[in-house]
Design a protein around this ligand. Structure first.
Ligand code: FAD
Ligand code: SF4
Ligand code: SF4
Length: 1020
């Protein structure tokens, strides 16, 4: 039997391991504490420092690494997206990340409907390429954008539609894998197997034959059982047979083995036809119990999914303006009380008509069950899509609970037979309240696997409560003959429950299987075999000994510095959470490692990961590094320099402060603000460079430059004389490959008299149809035509405009140089880490705007990064209520105009466009949901047919794209989708509101992109 391996006492020569890996492979080797720390966690509550991290480039690299690790006695832990919820992917081992380089389809057979892929292939990417063939891989896990096929097989993952398609084990046809001795074995149909695979198969068959009565007694009969190894392949116990023809497939033994038996090299998968049509019937229930009780009857109609959303989640969605309308499409009567639960019942197939019949059958069934009129039929595909999105977002809102108590996943995938589901959920709810917590229920009612997470504080009494709840939940699972581990695997959390589930004989047999495959216990020790206790605090990410270093952040993070009530989920007053880092640490700790930032969908997060695929250039990697630094877990002696350390610089280097994570991260991790904190601390340590000063003080000196005769022309020579650009690159680090914005001697401010008509006090303006228009540095000095266009549009629409300017009260009519008389949002200072200077500058603007906001006058901006500073950073700089009021009135030009049109207060009456329009949204515009108004407005131009470019960050990101060391990454970001989309439409207008975006587009495509103000003005 496998000897228990004490991971804490594991003595390894890390240096020797790294040296050999570097010499003998082409992969990336990481041994520093920050890099290891980024691979120490997954989406569970656990943490274990890897011995080292290896990112192999070739299959030979993996084989060599396994061999070296075996020789040096270092365990090996294969890893995909690292999204496991039970700690499967944490361990004191050589962690090998497959997700960067092993993403290929190796073989696609359309006739036989199978595909063979490398283990790091992400499910969404696979399905994206299968779509054109009308096929898909139907194990649709919620983490489809991040989960790798290797990881899904490792965990025996299950999707929402498992009732129709089964789990991973039902959909894997074969696995080629390295064994612990480095040998490659082919696992597939047992009858046709040979060599070492056959020998191992024979051995397991022997065990299974001996233990047949035990298997029949102890293996739960439910579809959702993923604990231990699938010893039942020889005597199948699952509701759904593992193979269609009843044959035994040896690869199924590896599915669910959590990296403990073999290292997958490639996986052969069974594909399914992509359903042509889907319909949804949403059943509304006044009683949660009734909803649970109905699931057993509904599944008899043959749905492809039955998903639960409970009242808490419905209410959360209804209270959110973005989701209210959509969730109410699911309700029978949105004026009545919220139902206790809804079930989303999906039917899919090749033709629409039979599905409509199914919907009718559902309505009849509910009538028979005493719930006539409880079904909302939803045949429309778009409405269905929106509703599924809300279901996902509801979970995200729940996960964003601030404070140390967090919804903890440890019994959230127990599976019980459907006839017991109602009693089980009722009993478990009682258990939660007994321990002072509460659960929100959601997910897979069709297969008896309801997700529920009680809120526990692992730093305090969470571990004790977890044990107590788990004990009671397990008794319920046993009572109802269910499976304790029904979806998310065993890992560190449920390993100890394997023997509880299967009894001693099967547990012993599982250990024998491990020994037969991996005699020295090389692969992922401590998982499935010899697991630790689930509540062993030394494995926790937040053990009771977890301590945050005291520090005074530059911004106000008190909103995160709170605690919560596990039953009501109410949070305490800002600043009362007891965080020695004044809320910054708690904000960082919001990252629960779910890996959602590893996505490549139509949104923005996270541009630096999209081009590098490096964990350190990912929001999660950044948050983890910050967390380790703020809790003094990186090898650094000086606590005071943790935040501004080189380790943090390394992860922040490519963060473009796009603010996408602020919106798209399920828990709202706001890395752009955290980068400001880092920059502030880092620059205090190392000082500011000439480039920092040049960028930061641009708003201060722009006026002087433009007002000195010939100086603008002289400076512009830099764009035409290569050696000057080279010299500037050498001195300041501004890339010679970039053109710089063109200086002008005639700017928006150069004739102070020109702005005289636009000077009003708040009182005067409030008596008219008035707006404040911000003239930001970039538009005023480099693209004044945009401001002129905005004035033209607003004036044509009948608005009186006030343009903030410091000279308005006394010197508006003088001819004096207006340098530094302009207000500024302080963004350039923030980008350089000069927070005090930003506060001073932005404070002046806030003082000026407060009276206007106080009179409810709209505050309009053209440059998204400047305008949204008022809605974002201004709120954490200590300006108090004034900043909040201003933020409520601050908006982009298009937001203002689109709202006015909607309210029937404005008719722009625009001329027809001569060519179609392409629109690229600035990242901050996307982050504040201000792209839709721009599109709405563009649609008002006849024939414009505006199309939104589905792009992430343009890569310019303020000064980032100008910086010599970042130019290549900047170009890669632009080339990911923005520039190719523009090149594909040579005859379109390109509209982009960000000055940097327009610059990137001009540099990369030699096309002029225009601000929306200009295109509107041109069509007046
Ligand atoms: C918000 C959220 C929602 C989730 N929803 C679902 C869901 O709907 N259904 C579901 O089943 N799960 C779900 N999960 C859990 C998790 O996302 C899935 O288990 C996923 O399939 C794991 O994929 P991964 O690439 O992240 O694997 P990892 O976490 O990286 O690895 C998983 C296991 O596979 C092993 N492994 C990885 N690669 C190999 C290889 N090449 N050879 C051998 N072993 C390997 C690892 O060692 C590990 O034990 C969810 C998780 C989160 C955070
Ligand atoms: S940063 Fe956000 S999206 Fe990324 S892993 Fe953390 S919580 Fe998830
Ligand atoms: S701000 Fe943008 S680049 Fe930085 S971590 Fe967030 S998504 Fe990534």
């Amino acid at each position: 039997m496998n000897k228990p391996l004490d991971l804490k006492e594991l003595m390894v020569d890390r240096a020797a391991l790294a040296k050999r890996l570097r010499q003998e492979t082409s992969g990336e080797v990481m041994t520093d504490s920050a890099s290891r720390g980024r691979y120490a966690t997954d989406a569970s509550i656990y943490q274990a420092m890897p011995v080292a991290v290896f990112v192999p480039k070739t299959a030979e690299d993996i084989a060599t690494a396994i061999q070296i690790a075996a020789e040096l006695g270092v365990p090996v832990l294969p890893r995909g997206g690292g999204t496991s919820q039970c700690g499967q992917t944490t361990g004191a081992a050589l962690v090998i990340d497959n997700s960067k380089y092993f993403r290929n389809i190796l073989d696609l057979n359309l006739d036989k409907a199978y595909v063979e892929v490398e283990p790091g292939m992400v499910l969404d990417h696979l399905n994206g390429s299968l779509k054109q063939h009308g096929l898909w891989y139907p194990v649709d896990v919620s983490t489809a954008g991040q989960a790798t096929i290797g990881g899904m097989a490792g965990n025996n993952s299950c999707g929402s539609r498992s009732i129709a398609y089964g789990n991973m084990v039902h959909n894997v046809l074969g696995i080629n894998a390295w064994l612990a001795n480095g040998q490659i074995a082919e696992f597939g149909n047992y009858a046709n197997s040979s060599g070492v695979a056959k020998q191992l198969g024979d051995f397991v068959k022997g065990l299974a034959t001996t233990l047949q009565p035990e298997i029949e007694t102890h293996f739960p009969k439910v579809l959702r059982r993923v604990a231990g190894y699938n010893l039942d392949i020889f005597h199948p116990q699952s509701e759904l047979p593992y193979t269609q023809d009843g044959s035994v497939n040896l690869s199924h033994l590896l599915v669910g083995s959590e990296g403990t038996l073999a290292y997958f090299k490639s996986l052969k998968l069974k594909l399914a036809p992509l359903p042509k049509y889907k319909v949804l019937g949403i059943v509304n229930f006044a009683s949660f119990y009734k909803a649970m009780d109905s699931a057993q009857h509904i599944v008899k109609l043959g749905p492809t999914a039955v998903e639960l959303v409970d009242r808490t989640m419905i209410d959360l969605a209804r209270s959110n303006p973005s989701f209210k309308k959509t969730i109410e499409t699911a309700l029978i009567d949105h004026t009545a009380q919220t139902p206790e639960a809804i079930l989303l019942v999906e039917f899919s197939g090749e033709a629409h008509a039979p599905l409509l019949e199914k919907l009718k059958a559902l309505e009849e069934l509910m009538g028979d069950l005493g719930l006539a009129g409880s079904v909302v039929p939803m045949p429309d595909a778009n409405l269905q899509k929106n509703l599924w999105e809300v279901r996902k977002a509801g979970l995200n809102i729940m996960m964003s609970l601030k404070g140390d108590g967090k919804p903890v996943s440890f019994i959230e995938d127990c599976a019980v037979p459907l006839e017991s589901l109602a009693d089980y959920t009722q009993a478990l709810t009682d258990v939660f309240s007994k321990y002072g917590s509460r659960g929100t229920w959601y997910a897979h009612a069709s297969v008896g696997t309801l997700h529920v997470r009680p809120i526990l504080d692992m730093r305090r009494d969470g571990a004790q409560k977890m044990r107590a709840v788990a004990e009671e939940a397990s008794a319920l699972v046993r009572k109802y003959k269910g499976a304790y581990s029904g979806e998310h695997g065993d890992g560190l959390c449920r390993g100890e429950w394997i023997s509880w589930q299967f009894g001693p004989k099967i547990t012993e047999a599982l250990a024998e299987i491990k020994t037969a495959f991996d005699p020295k216990g090389l692969f992922n020790p401590g998982k499935i075999i010899n697991p630790p206790k689930m509540d062993d605090a030394s494995n926790f990410r937040f053990p009771p000994s977890y301590k945050v270093i005291p520090l005074q952040p530059a911004l106000d993070w008190s909103a995160w510095n709170v605690q919560n009530n596990p039953v009501t989920e109410e949070t305490s007053a800002p600043g009362t959470g007891g965080d020695p880092a004044m809320g910054l640490a708690k904000a960082v700790e919001m990252c629960n490692n779910n890996g959602h930032c590893r996505k490549f969908d139509a949104e923005v997060m996270c541009p630096s990961y999209r081009v590098t695929r490096d964990e350190k250039h990912l929001t999660r990697g950044r948050a983890n590094t910050l967390r380790l630094a703020l809790s003094n877990q990186l090898d650094m002696k000086d606590e005071s320099s943790q935040l501004g350390s080189d380790a943090i610089k390394e992860v922040m280097e490519l963060c473009v402060s796009c603010k996408a994570c602020r919106r798209e991260c399920p828990t709202g991790v706001d890395m752009a603000k955290m980068k400001i904190e880092f920059l502030s601390a880092y620059k205090k340590r190392v000082g500011h460079s000439l480039r920092d000063v040049a960028v930061a003080y641009l708003p201060k000196y722009a006026g002087t430059i433009s007002s000195i005769p010939l100086l603008p022309a002289l400076l512009n020579l830099r764009n035409h004389i290569a050696p000057i650009a080279k010299l500037q690159e050498w001195i300041m680090g501004i890339s010679a490959q970039r053109s710089l914005p063109i200086w002008k001697s005639k700017t928006f401010w150069s004739n102070p008299k020109a702005i005289t008509p636009y000077q009003y006090s708040a009182d005067e303006l409030s008596k008219q149809k008035g707006v404040v228009l911000l003239a930001d540095t970039f538009n005023a000095y480099f693209e004044d035509e945009n401001l002129m266009a905005a004035i033209k549009v607003l004036t044509a629409a009948g608005y009186q405009i006030h343009i903030p300017h410091k000279s308005q009260s006394k010197a508006a009519n003088t001819e004096q140089n207006t340098c530094s008389k302009e207000f500024c949002c302080g963004r350039t200072y923030l980008a350089a880490g000069m927070v005090d200077k930003a506060k001073e500058t932005l404070g002046e603007l806030v003082n000026h705007l407060a009276p206007y906001a106080g009179k409810n006058i709209p505050i309009i901006g053209l440059e998204p990064s400047c305008l949204f500073t008022l809605k974002d950073e201004a709120l954490v700089m200590g300006f108090g209520e004034r900043a909040v009021t201003i933020s409520q009135h601050a908006q982009l030009l298009e937001e203002f105009l689109a709202n006015e049109v909607k309210a029937g207060k404005l008719n722009l009456n625009l001329k027809a466009a001569s060519k179609p329009v392409l629109f690229h949204g600035h990242c901050h515009q996307k982050s504040f949901a201000a792209v839709t108004p721009a599109m709405e407005l563009l649609k008002l131009i006849p024939n414009a047919e505006p199309k939104l470019i589905e792009s992430s960050c343009c890569g310019m990101a303020g000064s980032f794209g100008y910086e010599a060391e970042h130019i290549e990454v900047s170009k890669q970001m632009a080339e990911a989708s923005l520039l190719p989309s523009i090149r594909k439409s040579p005859d379109s207008w390109v509209v982009a509101d960000g000055t940097s975006c327009r610059h990137q587009i001009a540099d990369g495509t030699q096309r002029e992109a225009v601000h929306i103000a200009k295109i509107l003005a041109a069509h007046l």
